[in-house]
Design a protein around this ligand. Structure first.
Ligand code: F6P
Length: 320
């Protein structure tokens, strides 16, 4: 394979730039021509120019959040005629391999292009860490640390004022971000979409804390489990306590990637370029037990990541 392209798609995640850098530089090292496509599948369909990437095109980006290639969600890419058109556009330029960095929606786009003869190597990049076949996705570690930093700050003021804080964390269908940050930050309660919550038992836990002279608490809520405002109001009503609500929102998607994410992105990016160079496609680069290895895209897409219930139990046991 001589020419490959790369795009970032869906919600951005810290470390995507480090992955772009690795794909470009490893690709050039292997003798490939590498092209950047701006605005993901939307750009591919709507005619974004293919930008020839050289060593210098990815200089000074390893530490930057976001994606220099920009990203977008592209609902029109569900249409088969649009997918065929996109594959044709790539082929016309002599590009037969594509690296896709994104989440499961982006992988669906990649699988569609496979049907039309484009070889794809996908890199899981999302703060949600909701992709099966990989222990971690690019951006997850940074987002966990961002939430943790916010929790530390909120705990300072919660302690001073002896208040209860409800903090809403991203994660539409998945509570791994809330769970991981909650375990690391000692959240007194963690609400995740995977486990139905029971407000009575949450209040019971909070009351037990108060009986032990605990004067503040942090309750983490994944956005897919409930609205933090609703939970805050219900706790106030049930317990007669003053609560404050903080919605962290898109702050969690930005920021300089941690060393863990930069290294993961560098390894995954290099592996993706190598897969295409070997003429392989229909694969996602996964990370398991410290090793990088290819996973059939279908598997990564269809399988559901299991929720670590033992970590959830541990978080609750330790934060009583
Ligand atoms: O998938 C990543 C994610 O950050 C989710 O956690 C969140 O629900 C969603 O994207 C927000 O998407 P948007 O940026 O389109 O509002």
């Amino acid at each position: 394979m001589g020419k490959i392209a790369i795009l970032t798609s869906g919600g951005d995640a810290p470390g995507m730039n480090a992955a772009i850098r690795a794909v470009v530089r490893q690709g050039l090292y292997l003798g490939l021509e590498v092209y950047g496509i701006e605005r993901g599948f939307a750009g591919l369909v709507r005619g974004s120019a293919f930008r020839r990437m050289e060593m210098g095109s990815v200089a000074g980006i390893i530490h930057r959040g976001g994606t220099i290639l920009h990203t977008a969600r592209a609902p029109e890419f569900l249409d088969e005629a649009v997918q065929r058109q996109a594959a044709l556009r790539l082929k016309k330029e002599g590009i037969t391999g594509l690296v896709v960095i994104g989440g499961d929606g982006s992988f669906r786009g990649a699988m569609a292009l496979e049907k039309f003869g484009i070889k794809t190597a996908c890199i899981p990049g999302t703060i949600d860490n909701d992709i099966a076949g990989t222990d971690s996705t690019i951006g997850f570690d940074t987002a966990v640390n961002t939430v943790l930093d916010a929790m530390n700050r909120l705990r300072d003021t919660a302690t001073s004022h002896e208040r209860f804080f409800v903090v809403e964390v991203m994660g539409r269908n998945n509570g791994l971000l809330a769970l991981t940050a909650g375990l690391a930050g000692g959240a007194e309660a963690i609400l995740v979409p995977e486990i139905p919550y029971d407000l009575e038992s949450i209040c019971r836990r909070l009351r037990q804390g108060i009986e032990r002279n605990k004067t503040h608490s942090l309750i983490l809520v994944a956005e897919g489990a409930a609205s933090a405002f609703t939970i805050g109001r219900e706790i106030e009503e049930k317990m007669g306590l003053e609560t404050r609500v903080t919605v962290l929102g898109h702050i969690q998607r930005g920021g300089s990637p941690t060393a863990v994410d930069r290294i993961l992105a560098s390894r995954m990016g290099a592996a993706a370029a190598r897969l295409l160079w070997e003429g392989r496609g229909g694969l996602m680069v996964g990370f398991k037990g410290g090793e990088i290895y290819p996973v059939p895209l279908m598997e990564a897409f269809i399988e559901k990541k299991s929720f670590p219930s033992e970590l959830y139990e541990l978080a609750l046991t330790l934060s009583r």
